[in-house]
Design a protein around this ligand. Structure first.
Ligand SMILES: [Zn+2]
Length: 269
């Protein structure tokens, strides 16, 4: 794990028998460079893996152009679907820290794409790539069977609550698949290792009950206001977006351009 000084973010390095993969290097430029330096120290860097297309996970490839980039087969379409917000977030990030770029951000060119369940050999390791949507439609996890390590991307986190910025039903299927793995350590994209899912179960229970009682989206948000989750001040906005998105997902009627993670003009961090 290579923890960032921002966003409780984790980049990573996977290595075996002199071969090295970089995972989501960044989000600061010096942190991408640090990951690349470490990779060279460990052996021969053979690729850069992007776990999903959210803005904070995709800044590495343009800084490390010599490395072939790998991501899930839905990466390009997912990034295209969220291009406006993604570019806005990258712009905001770079302005905030005074990073000057030589050319506009261009989506990473992928050398190859992953399918769900694909096994990828790195040195002596056979790594399993799992498609784990729910937080993002194109998200992948990397499972190392010999050590029980799961690099879980932004699935589960002890700093986020977590963020259901794709679909809750997909998130739940992802958790069911993960739960069946012999995991020894789960590394999230933000925060420290965790296996907490009680929050998602409670969101489902309350939203389903509210919809069956005919509640509006505002009433459903109110019904979820007493829920307990970590860092309540920092996570209040994300909690409301989660509830609104799940309300829409489960058939509640509301204007999807005004509520939830996919609403117009929403820029989340
Ligand atoms: Zn993400």
């Amino acid at each position: 794990m290579l923890p960032s000084r921002a966003l409780a973010y984790n980049a990573g390095v996977l290595t075996s028998a002199g071969q090295v993969w970089l995972l989501d290097p960044g989000p600061h430029p010096d942190e991408s460079a640090r990951a690349a330096t470490l990779a060279v120290c460990l052996g021969s860097p053979v690729g850069l893996v992007l776990t999903h297309s959210h803005w904070d996970h995709i800044l590495g490839p343009e800084r490390l152009p010599a490395l072939p980039v790998y991501a899930h087969v839905r990466f390009a379409e997912t990034l295209t679907a969220h291009q406006v917000e993604t570019l806005a977030m990258i712009d905001r990030w770079e302005q905030r820290f005074g990073y000057v770029r030589a050319a506009p951000f261009r989506p990473p060119h992928l050398a190859a794409t992953f399918q769900d369940g694909q096994v990828f050999v790195l040195g002596d390791l056979a790594l399993t790539l799992l498609h784990i949507p729910g937080h993002a439609a194109d998200q992948v996890a990397i499972f190392v069977p010999t050590s029980g390590l799961l690099w879980a991307a932004d699935t589960l986190s002890d700093t986020e609550i977590p963020l259901v910025s794709h679909r809750l039903d997909a998130y739940e299927l992802t958790l069911a698949r993960i739960a069946a793995l012999p995991i020894q350590a789960l590394v999230p994209g933000h925060g420290a290792p965790t296996t907490d899912r009680a929050y998602l179960d409670e969101v489902r229970r309350r939203v389903v009950r509210a919809i069956s009682a005919g509640a509006s989206v505002a009433e459903t948000v109110a019904a979820c206001a007493t829920m307990v989750f970590r860092s309540p001040l920092a996570n209040a906005g994300a909690h409301r977006l989660n509830v609104e998105s799940v309300y829409l997902e489960f058939g509640g009627e509301a204007d999807a351009t005004q509520v939830g993670w996919a609403q117009d003009g929403l820029i989340d961090e």
